[in-house]
Design a protein around this ligand. Sequence first.
Ligand SMILES: [Zn+2]
Length: 323
Amino acid sequence: MSNDSTYAAVPFDHAKADIILRSSDNIDFRIFKLFLSLASPFFETLFEIPQPAEEDEDQEVKDGLVVVPVTEDSKTLDALLRFCYPCTLAEDPKLEVLKDALDVLEAARKYSLDVIEKKARQAIASPKILEAEPLRCFAIAHRGRLQEESQLAARYTLTQPLIPSWFQEIDLITATDLLSLLTYHKKCADVVYALRLDLSWITSHYGSPQACSWLSGQYINQYGSGTQCGCPRSSTPKYRLSLLGSVSLQWWEDFMEETFTALRDKPCKETVQTTADKTVQTVKARNCQNCSFKVTEGMRDFLELFTRKIDESISQIEVELNF
Ligand SMILES: [Zn+2]
């Protein structure tokens, strides 16, 4: 069997190494016991066991070194060893592939490599991956029994439609887990959608008509008197702000209606950001004396408020998971 195995690449082919770890796919890593012993008590104990005599037929010896077979494949073992080695010999591997990070996490736990476990956790829940692939992150984090990271990933899945499309690693979680995630998403959508029922969070933020003059449909003309802008008013306002009297601009109504409809599917700040950007473009194109000049700044401030309210509402909800 040893004839089928090949040596790993630099630095795991060192001539002065003192033991061989053989991966499940038959790659022999010539390594120094000291680096592994320092990284983990597991290895320290393993290497303390007296080496069997050379004539022991059960113990394989290759090029004078004892061969210890491990269950990890060469890719995982390579990453694990690079973490254990000093940085002058091997840089920490970049765990950019989610599945690799999970394999390293599981191996690190098995060998009590606490620092490496922490690094694998960080790789699984890095903001870049969470933003790009929250569902895959969730599946990996849950499979890795990472409670905090699973909650965090669940939060990021709110940027995706309620019913997600197929994703890699979906098979790592059970139907029960997926149901928990969908239930969480639905609950978040419900609390955020409920914000439209009572708009006091908007009126109390502004406090006076002057503070939300960008929504008033009025501007001061060249003679110094208040003038109605030309933008259409809604005849059936649903999002009228009490402090602005009976007026509600149609573009505001359209913005709010579109936003809340979209929030039912994706209850997150990105949804509001998208509809707000679109509305700013539309309103600026109107060339209105009031709205077009004030909408950019007004919407920026409102977006902050809306984002805060969404965060507040959602933070009360947790995804229920069994680990
Ligand atoms: Zn206007």
